[in-house]
Design a protein around this ligand. Structure first.
Ligand SMILES: C[S@@+](CC[C@H](N)C(=O)[O-])C[C@H]1O[C@@H](n2cnc3c(N)ncnc32)[C@H](O)[C@@H]1O
Length: 323
């Protein structure tokens, strides 16, 4: 069974599929993200209001250095529930949106989210290594947190350049750096270890504790989580890869140093406690804290700290007019 044919039945993956996914990262991505699709927006605090519109637009402008939009036709790879492209459309960055993902469940949710916002996007199930569109179709190709899931990233960038019109731009944001990812994972493990135990203390359990069965992540699909993240990136090597694929005007931009040291433990606490138990004050603390530390990173830390220590890297490039 090929990964793109592995449509989940809705009742979850079979034991046989999960066994196969251990040696097939694309299948692992389909099964895992199909399973996550229905709860993904809640899990990652994704919304389609001003908070996430600003976030998506700011990432786009920061990485691309481009505020000369709207783009006419835009395509997203690995769209998930539509967070990046739908919010960019609401921000006025693009007019006509097309979303693709290797997970059929994610494409369905992205289309539903667009309808809920009062517009429609075309959605296709697609592997980024072979994009099902003709040459020279798009003015813009975007992605958020997708490149690190794709086995052959250079092949995907070649495909991006094929479907872009000459002079068209690609913008990929939110990819983990090698060093930033190590720190973020260690902080998350430490926070999970502490929070999952402290919230089981009798005095706290009723209000914040998750049932131990949930904490144990009994679902078989949860085992797939460790199989879907394939890469972390060194910014210079990522830029070199895009140039090898044929892009011009390539540049990378890193983001989030102290903001990620704060953000990952915050997200881990949210996952460790009873859903909904933290309330509005916590949500504001998390958002404002992240905003202030992002300001610090952008205005102070970037002057002193080498870019490979930051957590996120984004990359942009252009298809040559000569192609
Ligand atoms: C971490 S999620 C990010 C989703 C969304 N872009 C966001 O930022 O919320 C990664 C997405 O990439 C998709 N994906 C993984 N491998 C892919 C591939 N080879 N081609 C296309 N999409 C892929 C997954 O199904 C998943 O929806």
């Amino acid at each position: 069974m090929s990964a793109t044919n592995a449509v989940s039945s809705g009742g979850g993956a079979t034991a046989e599929q999960i066994e196969q996914a251990r040696t097939d990262p694309k299948l692992a991505n389909v099964l895992y993200h199909d399973w996550e699709a229905g709860t993904y927006d809640d899990k990652w605090s994704i919304s389609y209001d001003q908070r996430c519109i600003d976030y998506a637009r700011d990432r786009f402008v920061r990485i691309s250095g481009d505020d000369n939009w709207p783009y006419d036709r835009a395509l997203e790879l690995g769209c998930g529930t539509g967070f990046f492209l739908l919010n960019l459309r609401q921000a006025g960055v693009l007019d006509e949106g097309h979303v693709t993902d290797i997970s059929p469940g994610m494409v369905a949710v992205a289309k539903r989210n667009a309808e809920g916002l009062g517009f429609s996007v075309e959605g296709r199930v697609a592997d980024a290594e072979s994009i099902p569109y003709d040459d020279n179709e798009f003015d813009l190709v975007v992605g958020h947190a997708v490149l690190h899931h794709i086995p052959d990233v250079e092949l995907a960038i070649r495909e991006v350049l094929r479907v872009l019109k000459p002079g068209g731009r690609f913008v990929f944001c939110g990819e983990p750096t090698q060093r930033g990812d190590i720190v973020a994972r260690r902080l998350s493990q430490l926070t999970w270890f502490t929070a999952s135990r402290v919230t089981q203390w009798p005095v706290l359990r009723n209000r914040w504790g998750r049932p131990p069965t949930e904490l144990a992540e009994s679902s078989r699909e949860a085992a797939l989580e460790s199989l879907v993240d394939l890469h972390t990136f060194d910014p210079d090597r990522l830029a070199a890869l895009c140039m090898r694929a044929g892009a011009i005007d390539v540049r990378t931009q890193t983001e989030e140093l102290t903001a990620s040291w704060f953000g990952w433990p915050v997200r881990t606490v949210e996952a460790a406690v009873r859903p909904g138990s933290l309330g509005w004050n916590w949500a504001m603390f998390a958002y404002r804290g992240w905003q202030r530390l992002s300001w610090l990173d952008e205005n102070v830390m970037e002057r002193f700290v080498p870019d490979e220590f930051f957590y996120n890297v984004g990359v942009t490039g252009v298809k040559s007019e000569a192609t």
